[in-house]
Design a protein around this ligand. Structure first.
Ligand code: SF4
Ligand code: SF4
Length: 233
């Protein structure tokens, strides 16, 4: 499978640097994590992966990252066996030592993945549903800046042009997401590359434009909002 060179990854990183929101969303979610760490920076919740060329670039450029290993070899082997071919599991030095310019594609994209329609068109950003209960951004998609959304789309357009096989992978992931949401009778929320927010009916792919502010809260953020004297969550 063709792949971007390490220097092409550097260029993709450069164009994909906009923060996800106008403030540090980690400060919103970290208080809800027992470790006091943003969930996406805690390998108990999410272990980042890097593409091989990306890993080469990171290893040559920074000491931020090392290969991830679980506490037990069995757990390490288990997660490695589930990791897509051509990717490695990595771990950084921790959220207090983050180097923003060397965040991986995973870090920059979280909690989103490129959503592809049944026909295989990359139309925008949807999120990994597994993190609905803990990622503050998923409950507040109205906070995701247009600059971030545009940078996300441009970065994944570039990556798909260099790695067409990845487009197939996300086509399959989008189909799996449709199956899961379809079974649950739920619509999929997508921040479209045209700037709008849409609900997609998994069964038939029908898209309805909705105000992004109308989307629901999940998990701890829903609970917090229902409490008396609910304030900033
Ligand atoms: S993207 Fe989600 S999990 Fe990561 S820091 Fe922001 S709110 Fe927390
Ligand atoms: S590199 Fe930064 S954003 Fe990525 S997991 Fe580490 S601390 Fe979090």
């Amino acid at each position: 499978m063709p792949a971007p060179t390490p220097s092409e990854f550097a260029a993709i990183y450069c164009g994909f640097d906009a923060p996800i929101a106008a403030f540090d969303c980690g400060k919103k979610c970290a208080p809800h994590n027992a470790r006091g760490v943003p969930f996406c920076c805690d390998t108990r919740h999410a272990v980042p992966t890097a593409y091989q060329a990306e890993w080469q670039y990171l290893q040559a450029s920074t000491d931020l990252w090392h290969p991830w290993e679980a506490d037990s070899p069995r757990e390490t082997d288990h997660l490695r066996s589930q990791t897509p071919a051509g990717q490695v599991l990595i771990e950084c030095q921790g959220h207090t030592r983050c180097q923003r310019s060397f965040r991986s594609m995973n870090c920059r994209s979280f909690p989103f993945f490129p959503y592809l329609t049944r026909e295989g068109e990359f139309i925008g950003l949807s999120y990994f549903w597994k993190y609905e209960d803990r990622c503050w951004v998923i409950s507040h998609l109205d906070s995701v800046t247009p600059a971030y959304q545009q940078a996300f789309v441009a970065a994944w357009d570039a990556l798909f042009a260099a790695m067409p096989g990845e487009m197939d992978n996300f086509h399959r992931h989008s189909a799996a997401t449709r199956q899961i949401f379809g079974r649950r009778g739920r619509a999929i929320n997508v921040l479209h590359r045209n700037g709008g927010c849409y609900k997609i009916t998994p069964r038939n792919g029908r898209m309805r434009r909705v105000p992004v502010e109308s989307l629901p809260l999940f998990g701890v953020y829903k609970i917090a909002a229902s409490l008396p004297f609910a304030g900033e969550d």
